[in-house]
Design a protein around this ligand. Structure first.
Ligand code: MN
Length: 196
């Protein structure tokens, strides 16, 4: 069994226990079937990035919380407020999916965002569930050609193009070209400030 599947399974189990959610309730919140959730928890299934994103959404946690084991979230060179991370080392390919994910900067409350390097292999297409209210995504294309579905319209982005959009509505990502499309995605969460 791949380490990544075991880690995801353990993390899911822990988060579900913390919330006190049954498999039933978790299935309703995430839109992922009970059977699939059980398989993931037992490490018997390799969930795709799309499934992981659904689970993260249902729990209102970031994707990086699910795919990066705690010790790896702390990996990398760290000194005072400097953090150096390597996409090369972090790139993951859950379920041998055609989307690769490198969690460059996992979500932290202090900054309110997370940053990924995402790679879409040729032919990849995904319509994403809306994120929580107030979430924005900032996408910058590093190489290849990416199409983003925003406000019901597919928009082509080339190397160096950047777009920001409200990600609390349905949106999508696809690569219809022969080359991988690689981009940075900064997902910004707007949390309610707690009243003093
Ligand atoms: Mn999204």
């Amino acid at each position: 069994m791949q380490d990544i599947n075991r880690n995801i399974g353990q993390t899911l189990k822990r988060i579900r226990a913390e919330k006190g959610w049954s498999l039933d309730q978790t299935s309703k919140q995430t839109g992922v079937s009970k059977a699939m959730l059980g398989q993931i928890e037992r490490g018997e299934s390799s969930p795709t990035v799309a499934t992981l994103w659904k689970i993260a959404g249902g729990f209102h946690i970031s994707l990086s919380t699910l795919i990066e084991p705690a010790q790896e979230q702390e990996a990398g060179y760290q000194e005072a407020d400097i953090r150096i991370r390597s996409a090369e080392q972090l790139r993951r390919r859950p379920a041998q999916d055609s989307m690769l994910v490198a969690s460059l900067f996992p979500y932290e409350d202090s900054v309110g965002f997370e940053m990924y390097e995402l790679t879409l292999l040729p032919g990849y297409e995904r319509i994403a569930e809306p994120h929580e209210s107030g979430v924005t995504e900032h996408v910058v294309v590093l190489s290849g050609c990416l199409e983003l579905l925003v406000n019901g319209q597919w928009r082509e982005l080339k190397q160096g193009d950047a777009i920001r959009f409200a990600a609390d509505k349905p949106h999508g990502y696809r690569n219809l070209n022969e080359q991988p499309a690689v981009f940075h995605d900064v997902i910004h969460y707007q949390h309610q400030k707690s009243e003093c």
